[in-house]
Design a protein around this ligand. Structure first.
Ligand code: TMP
Length: 210
């Protein structure tokens, strides 16, 4: 398989989707074939799962139920979107992937990382990103940015403490996987964040092709 797989990760409001879109545009200008995708919800089955997962009226969903729905979405995403694009030698940029489960359900909800890694291995058939861009941001700032967008799903309604655990989770995962992760300070001006993400990805692509 000769495509290249990049995930964008981070807490709410870190700017992942905006940065991903701009990076995709710049990569296309440089001649790369790029697909933009996201989790949860970028397949027909995933769309239904996303609605179930994020509906505020499901605030009492059991954590184990929740994690299986994320894994179901990921299995469908890998099989129907990511693998076909990688087989067609494309650059795949995804807004969230496995590290979101490890951070939100593992660190945030307190489910065991070992169990999550085993289930994730099944859901993804072992496919992990070649590179992960972590947009790191102060939790209060992230939630403040999201409030402006009037986002109001089940996770936006979680406590500050939950989001702090998630942020720490991402940073710990990055520390454990320094080869795969690049951490970017998402409090910088947007253009600087985009440029830094682009530089990391282009460098990794060139290393991969060379
Ligand atoms: P988003 O589209 O705003 O990123 O919303 C997705 C929400 O789902 C976000 O709050 C993070 C959460 N999430 C998890 O808790 N676990 C996961 O595995 C994924 C992919 C997302």
């Amino acid at each position: 398989m000769s495509g290249f797989f990049v995930s964008f990760e981070g807490i709410e409001g870190a700017g992942k989707s905006t940065v991903l879109k701009e990076v995709a545009r710049e990569l296309r200008k440089r001649g790369y074939q790029v697909i933009e995708t996201f989790e949860p919800g970028d397949t027909p089955v995933g769309k239904a799962l996303r609605q179930t997962l994020l509906a505020p009226e499901h605030s009492k969903m059991h954590y184990v139920t929740e994690v299986f729905l994320y894994f179901a979405d990921r299995a469908e995403h890998v099989q129907k979107v990511i693998l076909p694009a990688l087989e067609a030698e494309k650059v795949v940029l995804t807004d969230r992937y496995s590290d979101s489960t490890f951070s939100y359900q593992g660190y945030g909800r307190g489910l065991g990382l070992e169990m999550l890694e085993t289930l994730n291995q099944i859901a993804t058939n072992g496919l992990m990103p070649d590179l992960t861009i972590l947009l790191d941001l102060d939790v209060k700032e992230g939630l403040r940015r999201n409030k402006k967008l009037q986002k109001n799903d089940r996770f936006e309604l979680e406590t500050l403490e939950f989001h702090e655990k998630v942020r720490r989770g991402f940073l710990e995962l990055a520390e454990k996987n320094p080869k795969r992760f690049r951490i970017i300070d998402a409090s910088m001006p947007l253009n600087d964040v985009i440029q830094e993400a682009l530089n990391h990805i282009v460098t990794a692509l060139e290393e991969n092709n060379g």
